[in-house]
Design a protein around this ligand. Structure first.
Ligand SMILES: NC(=O)c1ccc[n+]([C@@H]2O[C@H](COP(=O)([O-])OP(=O)(O)OC[C@H]3O[C@@H](n4cnc5c(N)ncnc54)[C@H](OP(=O)(O)O)[C@@H]3O)[C@@H](O)[C@H]2O)c1
Length: 283
């Protein structure tokens, strides 16, 4: 199976290139090959690919900056994804696309199911939802994988921030009223490759949730990072109201991952084990 990956440098793109299963060839295309700020270029780019399946890991992911740059975020995460999905539908190639818990408003405390009503709180979530809608409108043979709280040894993420701050300070105040499933980029890459294989073999498309288990608060995530990395930094719980950010974050990011297990055999990974691997690589 030949897989074309849009994205080369991101957390998930990097893991996709490192975790190529036997009998799979991966070609990763960076921004120099295709710029998602130019939706008109997507059609030609897709038609020139020699592959069986396409995975899209490209995204405008700067959540706070998106409050100022929603137009650009909407082009990269919305218009270009729609153009990509249309081109995939035209040439009959399956598409695996990654989306986010930020399409939900975070109300309540029940895990979100894939068919629950969306209601993004900010520009980033709205732009990602535009991508999902574009895929549905294009009627592409696509699996949309919504995930949350991505971490890895590359790029910028919560784990790397905590290691930096933990090395500088004895005590940190961390938000404790937002709850979700930290998810390693490595486990997302594996899930995308399984979905790619299954779509290639004729399984039906759909929207799925995939997140690490167990669900925790950011504060508890930080505590586990410090415990595993041997840092004595004390974590003090604070409410989100004590840590204002330009973009509102959902309080409840729990994702119900039942359907991806039932339909594709993909189970929630224990993020604490994945964290161990990432820390080993970093420290
Ligand atoms: N990070 C999270 O916590 C999180 C949570 C939920 C869902 N997700 C979703 O998971 C997916 C993967 O996220 P990630 O953490 O791997 O993202 P990331 O590390 O921020 O990487 C984003 C990738 O998109 C590329 N990109 C951005 N703008 C582009 C453009 N105009 N043209 C071409 N490429 C462009 C970047 O390339 P450059 O290096 O050239 O900029 C980079 O390779 C995304 O769909 C994201 O929305 C992420």
């Amino acid at each position: 199976m030949k897989v074309a990956v849009f994205g080369q440098t991101g957390q998930v793109a990097t893991e996709l290139q490192r975790r190529v299963p036997p009998n799979v060839q991966i070609e990763a295309l960076g921004r120099d090959r295709v710029d998602f700020a130019r939706p008109d270029d997507l059609g030609t780019a897709v038609r020139e690919l020699h592959c069986d399946v396409i995975i899209n890991s490209v995204a405008y992911t700067a959540v706070d900056k998106a409050e100022q740059e929603e137009e650009l975020a909407s082009v990269v995460n919305g218009a270009s994804v729609k153009a990509l999905a249309r081109a995939c539908a035209d040439i009959g190639k399956p598409l695996v696309h990654i989306s986010t818990d930020y399409v939900f408003d975070g109300s309540g405390d029940a895990p979100w199911r894939p068919d629950d009503d969306t209601n993004p709180l900010g520009g980033y979530g709205r732009s990602k939802l535009l991508g999902e809608t574009g895929i549905a409108e294009a009627e592409a043979n696509a699996a949309v994988l919504r995930t949350s709280w991505v971490f890895s040894a590359h790029g910028s993420n919560f784990v790397k921030t905590m290691l930096r701050l933990g090395a500088e300070r004895d005590r940190l105040t961390i938000v404790a009223d937002q709850v979700g499933g930290p998810t390693s980029a490595a486990s997302i890459a594996d899930a995308c490759l399984t979905l790619a294989r299954n779509l290639f073999e004729g399984r039906p498309p759909g929207t799925y949730h995939f997140a690490g288990a167990p669900d925790v608060s950011w504060a508890d995530f930080a505590r586990e990072i410090f415990t595993q990395s041997g840092l004595a930094t004390e974590v003090v719980d604070i409410p989100s109201s004590d840590y204002p950010t330009p973009a509102k974050r959902p309080f409840n990011s729990r994702l119900d991952c039942t359907s991806i297990y039932e339909e594709h055999g993909i189970s929630r990974p224990d993020w604490r084990a994945d964290l161990k691997d990432v820390l080993q690589e970093l420290i």
